[in-house]
Design a protein around this ligand. Sequence first.
Ligand code: AMP
Length: 216
Amino acid sequence: MNVILLGPPGAGKGTQAKGLEERRGLRQLSTGDMLRAAVAAGSETGRRAKAIMDRGDLVSDDIVVAIIAERLDAPDVKNGFILDGFPRNGAQAEALDRMLKSKGMKIDAVIEMKVDDEALVERITGRYSCAKCGKGYHDRFERPAREGVCDVCGSQEFIRRPDDNEATVRGRLEVYNRQTAPLIDYYGKKGSFYAVDGMAEIAAVRRQIEAVLDRA
Ligand code: AMP
C-alpha cells in the first residue's frame, strides 16, 4: 500500500509516518529528512539545499524529484511507502504521477492532516530531538521523564532544526498555503482522498489514519 501524507509543517506527518512504518511495514519517504541527511553529509545536493531550507523556501523540484525517483527504485519500498513532505507543489505532483506510471506503481490513499496555523507555530517552535537516536520531544507536550536525558538512549545531547524558529515557521506556513494546499483539490478530484483531524491527540490521529487505510 502506498500513501501520501499531506499537511502543513508540524501537522504530525513524520510522527504518523513512523508509526505506520512500525505497524504496517511501510517505508517512510521524507524528502525533508533526506535533504537534512544530504546537508549533514556535505554532499553537492546538501550544499545547494542548505540556505534554501534555512530560509523555509522550497528546494528545486529537480532535486527532490530525483531523490524520490531513486528511492522508489530501492527494494525496501516494495512493501509500500508513505510520502511525507512530497509532493509540495503542482509540478512535483505531476512529476510523481509520471514516475509512478512508468514504474507501474500507484497511490492507494492521499490523507490530508488538518491543523490550524496557530497550533502549528506552537508545535514546531517547541519541538526538538535527541541528537543520538532521533527521538522527538516537545517543550510543552512531551518532555523526557528525566529532564535533559533521552528516554530511549540516555543521551544528554538534543538538537533543534535551524528552520524551526517562529519567523521561518510563519514563512513555511505561507509557502504551504500558497504552493502545497492546492494539492488538496488536485488529489480530491482524483479520488482516494481522505482528511483526518490533525488537532487530535497522536493516538486519536493514528486511529483515524488506520481506519482510512483499512478501507482504502
Ligand atoms: P520538512 O522536513 O518536510 O519540513 O522539510 C524541510 C525543508 O526541506 C522544507 O522547508 C524545504 O526547504 C525542504 N523540502 C522538503 N521537502 C521538499 C519538497 N518536496 N520540495 C521542496 N523542498 C522540500
